[in-house]
Design a binder for this molecule. Structure first.
Ligand code: ASP
Length: 467
């Protein structure tokens, strides 16, 4: 008999069907043995009745997390047994024949309750068990729904999804790179992308006009609750646009997506506030505008922060970019940038999207002119040669017919955190790292290389104590 899913049981009341899944819990009442069975679509209470000797005996031997297949009758529960609070609380599955597909060891923690309080290292070591829990299943499914809905919407708006390389050159994004040694070019290294920033701009040079990608961004920065080494962005770039066009596109995408998923946005269009006003009013460029009551109801308070300073002072007294060196200053400040005057006052076209206290995205209109990008690098203290070395390929692309363009990257995890109310990025990623940077389940990374591997790559490792 073909297996059906638990959510299909309701359409099969009065019929004999087969279901399969994991044993969520077993309650032995002597005469009656109850087993809650779980599959990807939900949970149902099954019962073994004493007159069916074989099924009753089998049910008695079964333990939590075993994988079983059960043939049985889908019955409506008698009125007085209906439980509104329980999933499928109005039906019951009468077990007729049980097949044990695979037994299971006693899990290191219970997965049929919220695992939030379980030791993090244990949760991550057994992440596949942790992911069985209802909260984690819900988080991962919501993440998939969010991505699917946003992607579909953007596709409808003419965005073309294009993947960009993971093994690439370093790009200035304000963080440290993760590097990968090259076997073919010994002693040389690739960098993993902190973002597809330059590639997406080059796709504008290539004439795609509207690009999108669910891009992995990999950054070696200090780990925090809302930050990991890896995160996913909905990365966008558009040609022939102004700041207004990008902001509208993003607002429409987010509004369509989160409202379709049943969420409420506090204010539309999203309010805009300048960086200066934000600092005066909230003392930060990310803030939470919700009232106590709105916090409880899961409202999404989106806002844009605009008019950021382009540059900030470095520790050594020079200048560096605040957000993105590829940004264009606001049009009236282009002359200041070109002349390198009043550097602290130059404002960039950067726009950050804030939601419920998190920076949920950021982007800008880009410089598409050689003189503007050169001037930016000049202000940051690069010589002509150093600029050429760092972004010469971009400057060159600008000379082959680069359209004006701009874009944004929206953080997927931070959005899902806002949708679920989770306060740690780890709760919305399938296999996050531990706080100490150890990979989940496969806990041998980062690990050492064998002498053979090191030789092949031409690498010598200097141990901490040798430095
Ligand atoms: N590359 C930027 C980032 O990852 C986003 C952008 O400006 O599009 O933060």
């Amino acid at each position: 008999m073909t297996r059906i899913h638990i959510q299909e049981l309701r359409d099969n009341i009065g019929k004999k069907v087969t279901i399969a899944g994991w044993v969520d819990i077993r309650r032995d009442h002597g005469k009656l043995i109850f087993i809650d069975l779980r599959d990807v679509t939900g949970k149902v209470q099954m019962v073994a009745l004493p007159f069916n000797k074989e099924a009753h005996e089998q049910a008695g031997a079964i333990r939590s997390e075993w994988v079983i297949e059960v043939q049985g009758n889908v019955n409506k529960r008698p009125d007085k047994m209906v439980n509104d609070k329980e999933e499928n609380g109005d039906i019951e599955f009468e077990m007729l024949d049980i097949t044990v597909i695979n037994e299971a060891r006693t899990p290191p923690f219970e997965v049929n309750i919220d695992t939030a309080t379980v030791d993090e290292n244990i949760r991550l070591k057994y992440r596949y068990l942790d992911l069985r829990s209802a909260r984690m299943q819900r988080n991962m499914k919501l993440r998939a729904d969010f991505i699917h809905t946003a992607r579909e919407y953007l596709r409808g708006q003419g965005f073309i999804e294009i993947e960009t390389p993971l093994l690439t050159a370093t790009t200035p994004e304000g963080s440290r790179d993760f590097v990968v040694p090259s076997r073919l070019n010994r002693g040389k290294f690739y960098a993993l992308p902190q973002s597809p920033q330059q590639y997406k701009q080059l796709l504008m040079a290539a004439g795609f006009e509207r690009y999108m990608q669910l891009a992995r961004a990999i950054r070696d920065e200090d780990l925090r609750a809302d930050r990991g080494f890896e995160h996913t962005q909905i990365d966008l770039e558009m040609s022939f646009v102004t700041q207004e066009d990008v902001i509208n596109m993003v607002e429409n995408t987010i509004t369509h997506t989160v409202e379709k998923l049943g969420y409420t946005i506090r204010e539309k269009p999203f309010p805009r506030i300048t960086y200066k006003e934000a600092m005066e009013k909230y003392g930060a460029d990310k803030f939470d505008m919700r009232t106590e009551e709105e916090r409880a109801t899961g409202v999404l308070a989106y806002a844009w922060v605009v008019e950021f300073p382009f540059f900030e002072k470095t520790d050594t007294g020079g200048w560096t970019f605040t957000h993105n060196p590829f940004s264009m200053p606001i049009p009236e400040h282009i002359p200041l940038l070109l002349e390198g005057k009043n550097i602290a006052d130059i404002l960039t076209t950067q726009y950050d999207l804030v939601c419920n206290g998190y920076e949920s995205g950021g982007g800008s209109i880009r410089s598409h002119r050689r003189d503007v990008l050169e001037a930016t690098y000049h202000i940051m203290g690069y010589t002509k040669e150093q600029t050429e070395q760092s972004v010469g390929h971009m400057l060159e692309a600008f000379e082959f017919g680069m359209p004006p363009h701009g874009g944004i990257a929206l953080g997927v995890e931070r959005t899902i955190m806002n949708l679920t109310g989770e306060t740690a990025l780890r709760e919305v990623q399938a296999f996050p790292m531990t706080r100490g940077g150890q990979t989940a389940v496969m806990q041998n990374a980062p690990g050492e290389l064998t002498t053979e591997q090191l030789l092949e790559l031409g690498i010598t490792v200097i141990k901490q104590k040798q430095i």
